[in-house]
Each structure stands twice: as structure tokens, then as C-alpha cells.
Ligand binder design. Structure first.
Ligand code: PLP
Length: 382
């Protein structure tokens, strides 16, 4: 990024030679990102990468841009708020007209029945106790009514639980729906096969794999028609206008390449060790989503009868940066909608914390953090 900044590039949308130089570089980064994500990059039917400000914008763009009025839109019950809230907005018929209704419903997200006066019949796809969507319910929902869009995340941000998105792609296609995948937690940690999986769109976010904050992307299958959310210039075919940052594009491309070269399996062993030590504290401790396949950098632990906010405060005092649910819900005392959708008990909802590992986390740090967590647990039990 520093190198690109030093080049003092012109606006890549400019017609002059300096603009063309910036544009060439930008397109190189775009191409390398698409290739790393398993998208099609040659021929007339190449997939596209729209650069955005991050995962939230990419998800909003996919939902508002792909959902068609008068149809059903399906979303898993455990999607990130940037998906569920956008779904709620669609269901409510628009923020302007339904400000109050929208605000009220944010808490509960969409439910199992459509909202009257909306052109979109937004429904939740339920999940099982481990947080994996029920594919049979997805098929029933698809069968019931014409569906324009299915949204299914690759892996959940609170539990790390991986979703059967390849199977979901097959079902969506069978019933003529497009499928969008929020792969913000997945990209950079696991190989991505956009074409092979059969997705229509996919979101990624730079800061989830040690790239810069403020850049993300939406990969869009060739031929899929997307309505823009922003209006302005002709950048990115007018689908996401605004001056593109070559420096941020360099950052996300380089971060993705470094991240894909890292052996994330190393984190798996560290997490397993930590979880085993925590489980040994007593039968009241459990790991949410433990029976499902999970990404290796996230652990969601229920701490028996302890209050999660009290635990997080005590942990913070001991230098541990832990969280309850997603960072977007931090500070909120509301129970996690993800754990609720998994049918968690009141005790599990009240006591669950999320522990995240990073690429730089060492076994020594993990052992030290686990010691501290065990000590805090013992102290709070007194
Ligand atoms: N989707 C998932 C699964 C996430 O974990 C996040 C961020 O935590 C987002 C979307 C939003 O991404 P961003 O923070 O880049 O807007």
C-alpha cells in the first residue's frame, strides 16, 4: 500500500495517460482477487468484482440489488446484522414509510411470516441446535413460493459454524433463485471456489484477513443483473459508482494472498486445547456449535451460571479482549439472535462469550489467555 501511495497515482477513472496507468494497476488487483476466489476471469462471461467499503455494503448491495419485488427472499436465521437488517428493511416496505416499524423489528429481526404492505416476502431459514441451516426447510420454503434470492453465509461470525452452502446453491438453482453468500468470515481462511460452488454473488471484507479497513468486495456472476444502490459516475459499470482507491485495492489483494498462504489449521489445535481446558472446569460449561464443522478462529463458550457481561468486564481488567456475540452488538445486553435461533437455553444465552484467535496468536499466548479465563471463572464462582 505504501508503494502504491508513493506512486502518486491519478484517478483511475481519468482519461489521460496517468489515469490509464492507475486503472491498469487497479484492474490487475481486481483480477488477482477474482482468481484467488475461484471466479471465472477469462472469456466473455467473466465474473465481476465490485469494490465496496466492506462487508456491510457488499451484503446490502447484493440484497437490494438482487431481490425482486413480488417474490420471496430467504435468509438463514443466523445471518450477520448487515443481512438480517437489510432483510428487515425490505420486509417493512422501506425505511421512509415505516421508520417505526423498522426500528421495532430490528430487535426481533424478520419472523416466520411475511409483513403486509411489503413487496418482499422475507422469510428466515431455521437452523438446528448446532447452528447449521435445515436444508429440508430451505427446500420447503423454495417450493412454496417463487423466490428471487437466497442468502446464506459461508460461516457464522459468532460461532464459526460452517454452512452447507454448496448444497444450498444446488437447491436455489433448482428452484430458479439466485444465491448470495456472505463469505466475510470464510475468505482468507479457507480456499474459495466461487464458480465451482455455483454462487451468484459473494461478499468479502479486507479487515477480516488482516487487510485494510474500508475496503471489501462483491463478486458477481457473469450475466447476473444487479440494481445499483448508489448513483453517480460510471465507475464499476455504474453498479458501484465513486472514485476507486488503488491503494486499498493493493492492500486487500496483498492481504488475501498472504492470508491464503497461512496454515489456519494451526489455530484449530490451539482452539481445541483451550476448549478442552474450559470444558474441564465443570459440566455446566459447553461450546456452542461444537458438533458442527467450524472455522478455526472462533470459539463460542457458555459459562454456566455466570453473567457474560460480568465475565467480560473481569476479563478486560485482566487484559483479555473478549466479546459477547458479534462486535456489532457489543455493549448491547440483548441476547444473541444467533444463539436464540439455535434454540439456546436462557442460561446459555446469558453466559456465552466469543473468543477469537488471530493469525498472529501463538500457543503460549493461548495458554496464558486460557489460564486467565480459568482464574476469572473460579473467582466469579466464589
Ligand atoms: N458479515 C459477517 C459474517 C461479518 O462477520 C461482518 C463483520 O463482522 C460483516 C458481514 C460486516 O463486515 P464489515 O465490518 O466489513 O462491514
Amino acid at each position: 500500500m505504501h508503494e502504491v501511495a508513493e506512486m502518486r497515482l491519478a484517478n483511475p477513472a481519468s482519461q489521460h495517460r496517468e489515469g490509464a496507468r492507475a486503472r491498469r494497476l487497479l484492474e490487475q488487483y481486481r483480477l488477482s482477487i477474482l482468481q484467488m476466489l475461484g471466479a471465472k476471469t477469462d472469456g466473455m462471461d467473466s465474473d465481476r468484482l465490485l469494490l465496496t467499503s466492506g462487508g456491510t455494503e457488499s451484503n446490502n448491495l447484493a440484497i437490494f440489488g438482487l431481490a425482486r419485488p413480488g417474490t420471496r427472499v430467504l435468509m438463514s436465521a443466523i445471518e450477520h446484522p448487515s443481512v438480517t437488517t437489510a432483510g428487515q428493511y425490505l420486509a417493512s416496505g422501506g425505511y421512509q414509510q415505516n421508520r417505526q416499524q423498522h426500528t421495532d423489528s430490528l430487535v426481533n429481526s424478520f419472523s416466520t411470516s411475511g409483513v403486509p404492505n411489503s413487496n418482499f416476502d422475507v422469510r428466515a431459514i431455521p437452523v438446528d441446535h448446532d447452528g447449521v441451516i435445515r436444508l429440508n426447510r430451505l427446500e420447503e420454503l423454495l417450493k412454496e413460493a417463487p423466490t428471487s434470492l437466497v442468502c446464506l453465509m459461508a460461516a457464522n461470525n459468532e460461532t464459526g459454524v460452517i454452512q452447507p452452502f454448496e448444497e444450498a446453491c444446488g437447491l436455489a438453482r433448482q428452484y430458479g433463485a439466485l444465491i448470495h453468500c456472505d463469505a466475510v468470515q470464510w475468505v482468507g481462511k479457507r480456499p474459495c471456489e466461487f464458480q465451482k460452488w455455483g454462487l451468484d454473488s459473494l461478499s468479502l471484507s479486507g479487515h477480516k484477513f488482516h487487510g485494510p479497513v474500508g475496503i471489501g468486495g462483491l463478486v458477481l456472476r457473469s450475466g447476473v443483473s444487479l440494481q445499483p444502490m448508489l448513483f453517480g459516475g460510471f465507475q464499476q459499470d455504474g453498479l458501484r459508482p465513486g472514485t476507486e482507491s488503488v491503494m486499498l485495492a493493493a492492500g486487500i489483494a496483498e492481504a488475501l494472498s498472504l492470508s491464503l498462504a497461512f496454515e489456519y489449521g494451526l489455530l484449530d489445535g490451539m482452539r481445541r486445547e483451550m476448549e478442552q481446558r474450559l470444558l474441564a472446569l465443570g459440566p455446566e460449561i459447553s461450546i456452542n456449535g461444537a458438533a458442527a464443522a467450524r472455522l478455526p478462529h472462533t470459539s463460542n463458550v457458555a459459562l454456566g451460571n455466570l453473567d457474560r457481561q460480568a465475565f467480560l468486564l473481569a476479563a478486560d481488567m485482566k487484559g483479555l479482549c473478549l466479546s459477547a456475540g458479534s462486535a456489532c452488538a457489543s455493549g448491547s445486553s440483548e441476547p444473541s439472535p444467533v444463539l436464540e435461533a439455535m434454540g439456546a437455553s436462557k442460561q446459555v444465552l446469558n453466559s456465552s462469550i466469543r473468543i477469537s484467535l488471530g493469525r498472529d496468536t501463538t500457543p503460549e499466548q493461548m495458554a496464558d489467555a486460557t489460564d486467565r479465563i480459568c482464574k476469572i471463572y473460579a473467582n466469579l464462582q466464589k
